[in-house]
Design a protein around this ligand. Structure first.
Ligand code: FEO
Ligand code: CA
Ligand code: CA
Ligand code: CA
Length: 627
């Protein structure tokens, strides 16, 4: 098996094999007979599912066209394609310096640790724009780095020197920089005092229930109050008080053990912390990534981190009250009484969907700085009658301490019988209505294997297809139109699929057709008009189950009519992830991540240039508002 071509989940499974089908195939059997499954796939209409617009009565009432663009066909070009009337340009690419004394990106060497520290990181993901006193700042996650690309200057595509390893490390973290409008669109302000790189070595405070607990004490911090750095920052969030939330996802893949007989804890096994890392080699230059030397270091990662984007000297805070897992994004809304509600997905096959509700209330102009430290974390339980409950994770419900719940959140979720999900990616809440959406990207193990904690993953509820290769978008509406309510109704806004290839449920829901089909929904954001923008991170083979899907893409969904239209197609072997609007909403920023991850792209430079992740700026050619 060639490890470099494995995605994160496949890597974890390779190192921590799950048991083959055991007694829970019993459960699947009963699910299949109960739901009238054919060939292991639910047939639409035979189950209790109501797909798309029919579940909620108002969903079919408005048949207006709110898109403002005509759909484009799928393609496999090595560039960005947009509808007529729109144009794009590069805002910033991996390795572009943020300060004028740093060197430009070098396509031969692909940079050094020093140049990378002062440049835009790799593999940009979630991002947000902050505007204050006439200045605009973009905060961007740099999720990870493609080792075969960043070390592509080496013959075997592997790190040769410690500087190579550190260069890879410095490509991770967050890039924060000022941008300004010019005659040619928005540009990066080099040398702005607001520019900042946050990396896996930046000092951070641990706050919330895990702070000070034995579980997070290490040799460098015997009090358990601090953490060093952040990495694998995937999706994001932003708070009403103007801070940036960055979400640590596959933090496990950076740890390894110099002792091959090291006995991993149950928690390490649940989180996929293995004796081998994912090829980054960080333990070779920093002992804290060696689990046999620093067993608690991994307990200091896997959180949501809050950053003040206008204060480059501020220390980021890891908000442990929001739990520790493979965080996708952090979708922040307010409950009816002003309490802060944060929706959170754990992106691994068969893991859970979470909600945090603060104790305190948000108040404009008040000190809101610690609202994310005190509150209750909940996990979602879905039932087939299209209802659901948020179950509180407390010492009473789990038999765990508050610190244990914050650190070993997955185990707490298992204890209360949370619903195993098809890899929860981004959550997005409608700004014009009390309802939220989550992208359940895919799950080849659905109905096949338990999750890493041994919880069964039967085909049921919002995860209705066995060995789900296409993914679906689930939505829920809290009772009483209050995000703090513990009960909700749910339905599926869309089941992705391929109506050219399948006639069963793998054709997708009724709002999927040969002209708009896609797979593996991932990033999602609402614009001010209530359009749901959907970004994909899926199979781009354009073959077999995925014939006609083309490269990864971005679509917009009208959540009233159910209609979905393709807006953008990305270059080869990329995913589309991360999105933000300029303050005047005439420019939309979109992330192009890992073009050419398997060697088939030269985006954006063309020719023989090194493929580089980038943020593109999109605008209407007539200068109209977009989103
Ligand atoms: Fe980084 Fe789940 O995507
Ligand atoms: Ca990604
Ligand atoms: Ca993602
Ligand atoms: Ca994904």
């Amino acid at each position: 098996m060639i490890l470099k071509n494995l995605n994160f989940d496949e890597y974890d499974e390779h190192h921590s094999p799950r048991p083959d089908v055991t007694d829970f195939d019993q459960v699947i059997e009963s699910a299949i007979s109960r739901r009238g499954f054919i060939g292991g796939v639910v047939s639409i209409g035979a189950s209790g599912f109501v797909l798309g617009s029919a579940a909620f009565p108002d969903a079919v009432s408005a048949k207006t066209d709110r898109f403002g663009f005509l759909q484009i066909p799928s393609n496999t070009y090595d560039t960005v394609t947009l509808p007529e009337g729109f144009e794009w340009k590069i805002l910033i690419s991996w390795g572009d310096p943020l300060w004028s004394d740093a060197s430009e990106f070098d396509h031969n060497s692909r940079g050094t640790a020093d140049s990378q520290k002062r440049a835009f990181g790799d593999n940009n993901d979630g991002m947000a724009i902050f505007h204050r006193s006439g200045r605009t700042v973009l905060a961007v996650n740099n999720e990870y780095t493609n080792r075969s690309i960043i070390w592509g200057n080496r013959k075997d595509g592997k790190a040769k020197t410690n500087d190579d390893i550190e260069k890879g490390m410095m490509a991770h973290g967050i890039s924060i920089f000022e941008i300004t409008p010019t005659a040619d669109g928005w540009s990066v302000v080099k040398d702005s005092p607001l520019n900042r790189r946050i990396t896996p070595t930046t000092d951070m405070e641990l706050s919330g229930p895990a702070a000070g607990a034995d579980l997070v004490k290490t040799s460098s911090d015997t009090q358990g109050k601090f953490s060093q750095g952040t990495w694998n920052n995937c999706g994001n969030g932003e708070t009403p008080w103007g801070t940036y939330l960055t979400c640590e996802e596959n933090f496990n893949g950076y740890f390894s053990s110099s002792n091959e007989n090291y006995n991993r804890s149950d928690s390490m096994k649940r989180y996929g912390i293995n004796l081998e890392d994912w090829g980054y080699g960080w333990a070779k230059i920093d002992d804290r990534f060696d689990i046999s030397k620093e067993a608690n270091e991994s307990n200091r990662a896997g959180y949501v981190v809050e950053i003040d984007p206008f204060n480059p000297g501020s220390m980021p805070k890891k908000r442990t009250a929001l739990g520790r897992f493979k965080h996708e994004n952090a979708d922040v809304v307010l409950a009816s009484d002003g309490r802060v509600v944060v929706y959170l997905g754990d992106d691994e096959r068969g893991e859970f969907l979470y909600r945090f509700v603060s104790d305190g209330r948000y108040s404009v102009g008040a000190d809101n700085s610690d609202l994310l430290d005190n509150g209750t974390l909940y996990v979602a339980k879905f039932t087939d009658d299209m209802r659901g409950t948020w179950v509180a994770l407390t010492p009473d419900s789990t038999g765990m301490t508050a610190a244990e719940i914050a650190v070993n959140t997955r185990m707490a979720g298992s204890k209360v019988g949370a619903t195993t999900m098809d890899r929860p990616e981004w959550v997005a809440s409608n700004p014009n209505k009390v309802e939220s959406y989550v992208a359940l990207t895919n799950n080849k193990n659905r109905g096949i294997k338990p999750n890493a904690g041994g919880d069964p993953t039967p085909v049921s509820g919002p995860n209705p297809r066995e060995a789900n290769v296409y993914g679906q978008i689930l939505r829920w509406r809290p009772d009483g139109s209050d995000h703090a309510s513990n009960q909700f109704s749910w339905d599926l806004y869309a089941m992705a699929g391929n109506p050219d290839v399948h006639t069963d449920a793998n054709a997708g829901s009724e709002n999927i057709n040969p002209d708009n089909m896609f797979n593996s929904p991932d990033g999602m954001m609402f614009d001010t008009h209530g359009l749901l923008w959907i970004q994909t991170d899926g199979n781009y083979s354009n073959d077999g189950d995925f014939a006609g899907h083309g490269n990864n893409q971005m679509l917009a969904g009208d959540t009233l009519t159910g209609e979905i239209r393709r807006f953008l197609v990305g270059p080869k072997e990329c995913e589309i992830t991360g999105m933000a609007w300029a303050p005047d909403r005439r420019t939309m920023f979109v992330g192009i991540q890992h073009p050419g991850e398997r060697g088939e792209s030269h985006f954006p430079g063309g020719g023989t240039s090194v493929p580089r992740s980038a943020i593109i700026a999109i605008r209407c050619t007539d200068g109209n508002i977009i989103g």
